[in-house]
Design a binder for this molecule. Structure first.
Ligand SMILES: NC(=O)c1ccc[n+]([C@@H]2O[C@H](COP(=O)([O-])OP(=O)(O)OC[C@H]3O[C@@H](n4cnc5c(N)ncnc54)[C@H](OP(=O)(O)O)[C@@H]3O)[C@@H](O)[C@H]2O)c1
Ligand SMILES: *[C@@H]1O[C@H](CO)[C@@H](O)[C@H](O)[C@H]1NC(C)=O
Ligand SMILES: *[C@@H]1O[C@H](CO)[C@@H](O)[C@H](O)[C@H]1NC(C)=O
Ligand SMILES: *[C@@H]1O[C@H](CO)[C@@H](O)[C@H](O)[C@H]1NC(C)=O
Length: 346
């Protein structure tokens, strides 16, 4: 009898231990699932249903928008669409004829004013930034799009990346973006101080490669991570001046830089991409899943990818090995293509 009671107690104790564990796991599972559903719901709502802040908040009809890397690709579309929205536009890049043509096109189509500023961001010094300050200081600047960027000429291990290429990527992707912001931000703050109606918008064009480290594009990838952290820190500082900072987490877009020439579900041309960005200001869309502050992946295909990568149990880092394999493949096929082109010339 005695041993029976003991046994009974023992099994009860065991039961309650296992019960506790079971309940614990159930609660963890429930919390995890609720979190997943909530964030997934946010992604869907922001990407497909809710409109972003109106561009008119940032001074349409009188204010200026400054776009770096405006002569081609994503920057060109930002310039065209901001012009169409009623902003006067300052275009910055190296190619004078391309900028002049674009300026004329924007003026004719949208009836706004334009200015061009020729600059090579790999060859800047103090005078270059003084020249930007001088050209822009009298303007009422409501929007800045830090778009300029350059990538690796070919995917390569870091030991094989030339000092020149490494230096240029950092110069354009980090230094140029930060220094242009440093020149224009005081102008935006001054403008905000003039009237509570004045607001500012700074868009920094980043990349998935800042969230998922990409072997063989290591330098580019790291500059984009810099931009992500810089943007979020800056956003919090300038909120008091009614300036919105938005860091774009962009996946591939059909441009010269991406060397992709065909669109697909996840790879749009610059036109719908930029239209998505400008209609979703202030919303995280795909980036809502992770809650990275002031970051957005507004184009729906990119939003789905952002959600997918981040809802993976291991998060973005799960994709490093796959990226390495992909980049090795890309390098091989690019080398083959260069070889074919060389042979064709002979
Ligand atoms: N395409 C993609 O798949 C993708 C994905 C993620 C992020 N992004 C980002 O999107 C941004 C724009 O890229 P994109 O694809 O539109 O590239 P793109 O078509 O090659 O355009 C780059 C623009 O930057 C200008 N530029 C390049 N080097 C410059 C320099 N040294 N000084 C001054 N201007 C320079 C170019 O004009 P000039 O030649 O006239 O100077 C051009 O207007 C980049 O920041 C890129 O990192 C692109
Ligand atoms: C400058 O842009 C024009 C098109 O507007 C293009 O034909 C030309 O090749 C570009 N020049 C360079 C150096 O990229
Ligand atoms: C530089 O930045 C641009 C856009 O900001 C991006 O498209 C490009 O991939 C970056 N290149 C490197 C090498 O970081
Ligand atoms: C940045 O993100 C935070 C959190 O999502 C938000 O409260 C804040 O308004 C954003 N700041 C700007 C300047 O957009």
């Amino acid at each position: 009898m005695d041993s029976l009671v003991k046994n009974f107690h023992f099994s009860l104790a065991m039961d309650s231990k296992w019960d506790c564990l079971l309940w614990f796991l159930l609660f963890v599972g429930l919390f995890k699932s609720l979190g997943f559903l909530w964030r997934t719901g946010l992604v869907i709502a922001q990407t497909f249903l809710i409109p972003g802040k109106s561009l008119s908040l940032f001074g349409v009809k009188s204010a200026w928008a400054v776009v770096t890397g405006a002569s081609d690709g994503i920057g060109r579309e930002f310039a065209l669409q901001l012009g169409a929205a009623g902003f006067n536009v300052v275009l910055m890049a190296r190619n004078e004829s391309a900028l002049k043509e674009l300026a004329t096109e924007i003026e004719q189509k949208s009836g706004v004013s334009t200015k061009i500023h020729l600059i090579d961001f790999t060859k800047t010094n103090e005078d270059s930034y003084a020249a930007i300050t001088e050209q822009l200081s009298s303007l009422d600047i409501g929007v800045l799009v830090n778009n300029v960027g350059c990538g690796h000429s070919i995917s390569a291990d870091f030991v094989d990346v030339s000092q020149q290429e490494f230096g240029d990527i950092v110069a354009v992707n980090v230094t140029a973006n930060v220094r242009v912001t440093r020149v224009i931000l005081p102008m935006m703050i001054k403008r905000s101080a003039k009237s509570v109606k004045n607001r500012g918008l700074i868009i920094n064009v980043g990349s998935f490669s800042g969230a998922v480290p990409i072997p063989m594009l290591q330098t580019y990838s790291a500059t984009k991570a810099f931009l992500a952290t810089f943007s979020t820190a800056l956003a919090e500082e300038v909120r008091q001046h009614r300036i919105t900072v938005e860091h774009l987490n962009a996946y591939f877009i059909v441009t010269k830089l991406s060397k992709i020439s065909r669109t697909s579900l996840f790879v749009p041309t610059a036109k719908p991409y930029v239209a998505a960005v400008l209609s979703k200001i202030g919303l995280a869309c795909g980036a809502a899943y992770t809650g990275r502050p002031n970051t957005s992946s507004p184009f729906w295909g990119h939003a789905v990818l952002d959600w997918y990568i981040n809802s993976f149990p291991g998060g973005p880092s799960s994709f490093i090995e796959t990226s390495f394999r992909m980049q090795r493949g890309l390098r091989a096929s690019r080398l083959r293509k260069l070889e074919r082109e060389k042979n064709a010339q002979h």
